[in-house]
Design a protein. Structure first.
Length: 189
């Protein structure tokens, strides 16, 4: 398996944001909690679980009587409140160190399914927005999810053989491999 010592000047480094480069789970949870309280006008005493990301599916399971209108209102409010909780986000120092080490010598690309405005707010908060060569954000058409890696590879017109990707989600790791990326989450010495 390729490791950090094998990154050369021809390597293109792809970084996911949420959960990989930056731990945003707690800020995400707090923004959902605040939005729920505002929309439902009640404290649901939802407990934070550090093992997973609070999302729409968990929201529906947590609040069973949630209407579609309330769901959309919560999602909208959650996006507004996220910036209030940016201090609760934290860099993954192991991955950030790689980014800092190679951003001047290599093409460094953010490839995230995060919405553009939230991603930029998070990157700006951590002083990372100017470090990336290219930024790719959430790509959805209706309910269809795109392979973010394939999208970036096509847009950049590069060979997936040059890419070393850093990603934490299993489904996204599978997408990276499907896109032809051979080195995903290389061992870091």
């Amino acid at each position: 398996m390729k490791n950090e010592n094998e990154i050369n000047t021809g390597s293109v480094l792809f970084f996911d944001m949420d959960g990989t480069l930056i731990d945003t789970n707690y800020a995400n949870f707090l923004s959902y909690k605040k939005a729920i309280e505002l929309v439902k006008k009640s404290d649901f005493n939802i407990a934070y679980d550090s093992r997973g990301r609070f999302n729409r599916s968990l929201l529906k399971k947590t609040i069973r009587d949630l209407t579609e209108t309330e769901l959309e209102m919560i999602i909208s409010e959650k996006e507004k409140y996220y910036n209030d909780f940016l201090p609760e986000t934290h860099l993954n120092s192991k991955i950030a160190d790689i980014l800092y080490k190679y951003f001047k010598t290599n093409k460094t690309v953010l490839v995230t399914n995060c919405r553009k405005d939230r991603a930029l707010a998070t990157l700006n908060y951590h002083g990372l927005s100017e470090i990336f060569s290219d930024l790719f954000f959430r790509q959805f058409e209706g309910n269809t999810r795109f392979n973010k890696f394939q999208n970036a590879i096509s847009a950049l017109d590069i060979s997936p053989k040059l890419i070393i990707a850093f990603e934490n989600e299993e489904i996204e790791i599978a997408d990276a491999k499907e896109a032809g990326i051979q080195y995903v989450n290389p061992q870091i010495l």
